[in-house]
Design a protein around this ligand. Sequence first.
Ligand code: FES
Ligand code: MG
Length: 598
Amino acid sequence: MTNSHNPKLRSRAWFDNPENVDMTSLYLERYLNFGLSLEELRSGKPIIGIAQTGSDLSPCNRHHLVLAERIREGIREAGGIALEFPVHPIQETGKRPTAGLDRNLAYLGLVEALYGYPLDGVVLTTGCDKTTPACLMAAATVNIPAIALSVGPMLNGWHKGERTGSGTIVWKGREMLAAGEIDDEGFIKLVASSAPSTGYCNTMGTATTMNSLAEALGMMLPGSAAIPAPYRDRQECAYRTGKRIVEMVHDDLKPSDILTIDAFRNAIVVNSAIGGSTNAPIHLAALARHMGVELALQEWETLGHKVPLLVNLQPAGEYLGEDYYRAGGVPAVVAQLIANGLIREDALTVNGKTIGENCRSATIEDERVIKAFDQPVREEAGFLVLSGNLFDAAIMKTSVISAEFRERYLSNPNDPEAIEGPAIVFDGPEDYHKRIDDPALGITSETLMFMRGAGPIGYPGAAEVVNMRPPAYLITEGVSALPCIGDGRQSGTSGSPSILNASPEAAALGGLALLETGDRVRIDLRKRTVNVLISDEELATRRAALEAKGGYAYPASQTPWQEIQRALVGQMNTGAILEGAEKFQRVAQTMGLPRDNH
Ligand code: FES
Ligand code: MG
């Protein structure tokens, strides 16, 4: 038996501990069980976890079951040993009441797996919306060498010669259905056309966003986020990712070396340029807190708002995932941003090089899909951070707003026009679905639509329910959208310029809980404010009355996890993490090894 092991590898404490042979024998015998040999386990080779997020329950990530074979081959080729294990499944559109509930649960489970088992490094298989932040958050907490592998988007969807994009086609189809242009069967066919292959949503939804940002953060091999799932390049990338993690273990290159404040700031800038999802601020805040990096929500506006939209993908633009990859993906975007001084070039990435070294010379391969910096799809495409007497913080995505809307409400400094109108308030999506087409509500083109009870505590888990369509009678009159404001989230595939993620939520007695249908509300985008036009005294009276009633009512928890999450979760402006969990940081370094189990 060779003993040329690296004594620093944490897996040695399990498999090669001369001071505790009885425990070593116990640990060894069960990992021999599926065919590994004593020679391998005691060879001193790094043990690499493959955190598997794919399953039949998680079809967006299911292709990782195939890719894992190539990851393994890469690990083996570089002299490591692979141990694959499941991550709690998360699937955005299948999980009820919302996959938002599961990110923190998958995080917790993965922290335990990474810390409590003999792993020296890990490949994080990312993809569907919350799988990416859940994996990165856990890797940040444990802080063993980690590299992410995106499963990649689906191929482009097509219908009658037009690109149909994941999610975006649902929002469009439901308007067509409401207007009587298609029937139920036509609607389902149209939506199904957008999902032609394995992979995640092919639009710039939360999945493409979070994987692009994982690359921009430096946690994924350069150029790898955008490769479509079925492409052969994706298989090759899986192999290279497997090889690279073994080298990272030898170099002791950890998340804390990569996920610095510079990396987060780069990700914010990249998010604006790609037209990324409004879920990104929540997930990046969560990741930063678990990494111990201070990242203020306001940075999304100060660093991000001025950045132009360069990527012409649905919902803000026209194209889809395959086009994004062929046009150059993240490196082509980053190169444009570097040339204009917007990227902190020294931020280190998983390949051991800086983002500047990786991306500086990347070129745009198709200018219809990725635009040059001076010919963007849209100027000033980042988020606005809004506040007022209805909430302390909310996000508005400006990459999707029309030129006319922008001119009228946002860009013209000499004409301070605000959006003002009567509020219609819905308590949860059931309330909205039941009442939206009722003419008695009196919704007009002036109405502002509010959704509450949809936050991390209220829903629970914060659901993507804020983007609401207007009543059918308004759509037939040509009003396809009304301003929507709420304490829930919105799908990244939606093109609505909604005001989202309002914190604190109604269930935490934020100002939205005090709003009543018929109240006039004023949105002044230039001042970044949203205020209900009633006096502070009246608000205080309403608050006292609500508190006397026991607070804002929301449905009872249905599962143990719903109850636990509700008790511990924070608000979206600070990442909606389990408060208290953030004090456990870099546990592989700060906590030593877990105790022996027998
Ligand atoms: Fe899984 Fe969009 S639903 S990626
Ligand atoms: Mg979503």
